[in-house]
Design a binder for this molecule. Structure first.
Ligand code: NAP
Length: 307
């Protein structure tokens, strides 16, 4: 699953899946955490896992954090995955404290890690069963293709495409075996059209859309829901990280809040949808994928980032 031959894909030392350290008042309710810290899993390897968790990638900010907060408010136990250990730990404390649910966190660089294949086994050993997988972690880089660094482009493909595919492949068999659960893959409205100055990013999201739609069709009727969410531009740190100045682009003047995208995604999941455009897409973005020729689509894409 991981391309170990690429010099750009370095192994990282993934931290063990860490439970959020409970605040004093929660300690009594969470003895398993203390046992696990001593390397003795709370539940033996043979005992059936007792809880179903939602695993969210990129849970430390933006849309992933909104998923975490909203699912926590519905009392769903969580496994939060992301790069920034400190942020994940803080969020885990906060949600555990506020909602009284079990929250675990796993600091891991999904674009580079070679340890992903061991993740389902590791979770199972700890008695953590995942029934909802949200492949949300992703980033973009803005600029003419000649200005985008090769390493950034490759990282984008590794995170947006390869990690999404890897996590899906790792967890799907378990979900199909249980005949229940859901996979939500986060794409982008940019995935419907070629977007000059976001060429590689838009292409990674086209992959996510096609891959997820095909998968949904493949597993239809087997108890597992598969949903692709294409948010319109949201107010997250995405644009800063992508080097996009939102104030200079007309279509980025009104950004959707990530919470409303989460609510739309959860409703879509309930109603069995396969693909949704969430947020407040412009009229053109709404009809672009269905009614336009490729040459029109390229023009719309170019129009998005003229300056
Ligand atoms: N914002 C938008 O307008 C928009 C529109 C459509 C689709 N999307 C998609 O929505 C998803 C979430 O983005 P966002 O807007 O919420 O942006 P964000 O606030 O930048 O969140 C991205 C998340 O991904 C994590 N992440 C980045 N690189 C990672 C890596 N190598 N390994 C593990 N985690 C990593 C980040 O962690 P760190 O903070 O530690 O880096 C962060 O938690 C992305 O897939 C994005 O493409 C965004």
């Amino acid at each position: 699953m991981t391309d170990n031959t690429s010099p750009l894909i370095q192994p990282t030392t993934d931290r063990a899946l860490e439970p959020a350290e409970p605040k004093p008042e929660l300690q009594a309710a969470a003895p398993s955490i203390l046992l696990e810290q001593n390397n003795k899993p709370a539940e033996s390897q043979n005992s059936a896992p007792k809880k179903d968790y939602a695993l969210i990638t990129g849970a430390s900010s933006g849309l992933g954090l909104a998923f975490a907060r909203i699912l926590a408010s519905k009392k769903k136990p969580l496994i939060l995955v992301g790069k920034d250990e400190h942020k994940l730990k803080q969020i885990s404390y906060e949600l555990k404290d506020k909602e009284g649910i079990d929250v675990r966190f796993l600091p891991i660089d999904l674009a580079r890690s070679k340890d992903l294949p061991n993740l389902p086994d590791k979770l199972q050993r700890m008695g953590l069963k995942v029934d909802v997988l949200i492949n949300n972690a992703g980033f973009g880089k803005f600029g003419p293709e000649t200005h985008i660094r090769y390493e950034d482009a490759l990282n984008m493909i590794n995170l947006n495409c390869r990690a999404t595919l890897a996590m899906t492949k790792l967890f799907l068999p378990g979900l199909l075996k249980q005949k229940k659960g859901a996979i939500i893959n986060i794409a982008d409205t940019a995935g419907f059209i070629p977007v000059p100055k976001l060429a590689a990013y838009a292409a990674t999201k086209a992959f996510v859309i096609n891959y997820t739609e095909a998968l949904a069709q493949e597993v239809a009727g087997r108890g597992v829901k598969v949903l692709c969410v294409c948010p319109s531009p949201m107010s997250t740190s995405f644009f800063t990280k992508a080097d996009i100045n939102t104030s200079t682009h007309q279509h980025l003047q009104q950004l959707t809040d990530p919470e409303s995208v989460v609510e739309q995604a959860l409703t879509a999941l309930k109603t069995g949808k396969t693909l949704i455009v969430a947020g407040q897409p412009s009229f053109w973005m709404k009809i672009a994928p269905t009614l336009m020729t490729r040459s029109w689509l390229r023009k719309i894409g170019f129009g998005l980032f003229k300056n």
